[in-house]
Design a protein around this ligand. Structure first.
Ligand SMILES: Nc1nc2c(c(=O)[nH]1)N[C@H]1C(S)=C(S)[C@@H](COP(=O)(O)O)O[C@H]1N2
Ligand SMILES: [Mo]
Length: 419
């Protein structure tokens, strides 16, 4: 079927003139994205599982997930660096793939201007799926990057946006891979020199009939994009490694220098920024422990007379930054459960802080987390009292858990089932 009249502007054959475009270049970028985006999706799903959303409504930042939560499982406490690895990978890879994503879009631009715009019902469906693919990629990458760079620009709503956006994107992505995978492999196998005849089936609408002189080779273009990704890796990865490496994280939010001394490591929210008053955490502070129908109220001094344990554990935030292991010391959660008469089969525990409201002011930890002997209500870190910003008088620290589950300024622990 032919439409009357010449196609307009960018839909004209020969409007796009780069001799680089062709099945090889698109295939290379496509296969890199296939591996990269699959990894992003899996680590993203793991991040959601790490919140233990099925345990309590307050743990679930993306309500109404329905059957999209089919895969959820109880997040383990070992290895203790698990979330540091999965979320560091998720965030760093998401940043590093941006040049590849843009290069892939550039390589297929002529196809966006296919003329006539719609040839048949199946062609219309295919183009509609591309809308979800390109829109979904842009939306998911943009929400993720805005969230890590601008520090919670979407208070409360980031999680549902990123979660549901990712599912729409991955649906379109899976369809796209199913239709294009073998073409991408063929394109790459044919080699960087091969350039099919414009208009042929193998050219797949990518090869220009009116090539301009080349200013760079196809391999050079891939190297340039790879160089861009490596540069982003170099200025991003340091925040996930933490410690000294944080200085290299030029793109990291929250500044690059967390100060020195025992409390000189990354702070997410300061006490002042979440409205903690000095009187909340002063001498009048008490810890209430409840469970099995009993209740104990303790001062910080009383906590310090209980057996003090050490745990070397990192803080690993959903934003992708982490600290190296810090040496925390305090009272085991199992010892606190024992205060109200609970045995070693410590149940789940609701942790509440003195903070008034806010998504991170409380959490329900699963039984496996409460029972782990590395899980502490920490009062000290690296040999000093916790600083006000790291959660003085006491905070929770759990192996393998996302940073947000390490509640600061804790005032109440309730063991057992609760609404
Ligand atoms: N009460 C309370 N606890 C909290 C938070 C908070 O905002 N309020 N932030 C959490 C988040 S998102 C992270 S990553 C860690 C950061 O701990 P740090 O600031 O000591 O590094 O604390 C967690 N504990
Ligand atoms: Mo966090």
């Amino acid at each position: 079927m032919r439409s009357a009249g010449p196609p307009p502007g960018p839909a004209r054959p020969g409007f796009w003139r780069s001799p680089l475009r062709g099945p090889w270049l698109t295939g290379v970028f496509g296969l890199v994205l296939l591996v990269g985006i699959t990894t992003l999706f899996v680590t993203g799903l793991l991040s959601y599982a790490a919140y233990n959303p099925d345990l309590a409504a307050r743990n679930d930042p993306t309500p109404d997930k329905g059957w999209l939560g089919f895969y959820l499982f109880t997040w383990p406490t070992s290895p203790y660096w698990l979330y540091r690895l999965t979320q560091g990978t998720h965030v760093v890879l998401g940043v590093v793939l941006v040049p590849v994503l843009l290069a892939k879009l550039w390589s297929v631009i002529p196809k966006l201007f296919d003329w006539p715009p719609v040839r048949s019902v199946s062609n219309a469906l295919e183009r509609l799926s591309l809308l979800f693919l390109v829109g979904g990629a842009g939306f998911t990458f943009a929400t993720g990057i805005l969230n890590i760079q601008l520090d919670y620009v979407f208070p409360g709503s980031f999680y549902p946006l990123h979660f549901y956006g990712a599912w729409v994107f991955i649906g379109a992505f899976a369809i796209h891979v199913a239709f294009r995978f073998s073409r991408a492999v063929r394109g790459v196998r044919a080699g960087h020199r091969s350039q099919p005849v414009p208009g042929s089936r193998e050219a797949a609408g990518l090869v220009t009939p009116r090539p301009a002189p080349a200013t760079i080779s196809r391999r050079g273009a891939v190297a340039m994009v790879g160089g861009g990704s490596l540069a982003l890796l170099a200025v991003t990865a340091g925040q996930s490694i933490g410690g000294w490496w944080r200085r290299t994280a030029l793109l990291a939010p929250h500044g690059r220098d967390p100060g020195s001394g025992p409390n000189g490591f990354q702070i997410n929210k300061t006490a002042a920024s979440v409205g903690i008053r000095p009187s909340d955490v002063g001498p009048a502070w008490r810890l209430t422990v409840r469970g099995a129908g009993r209740q104990e109220v303790l001062t910080r001094e009383m906590l310090l007379t209980m057996p003090q344990r050490d745990s070397a554990l990192p803080i690993a935030c959903v934003e992708g930054w982490s600290t190296p292991d810090q040496r925390w010391s305090g009272v085991r959660l199992t010892d606190l459960a024992a205060l109200v008469g609970l045995g070693t089969d410590t149940p789940q525990v609701l942790v509440e802080s003195v903070q008034r409201g806010g998504a991170f002011s409380s959490v329900v930890l699963a039984a496996n987390q409460a029972r782990d002997e590395r899980s502490l209500l920490a009062m000290r870190v690296n040999g000093a009292d916790l600083s006000p910003d790291h959660g003085f008088p006491a905070r929770v620290i759990i192996p393998g858990a996302p940073g947000v589950h390490n509640t600061k300024w804790v005032s109440r622990l309730t063991f057992g089932e609760h609404a």
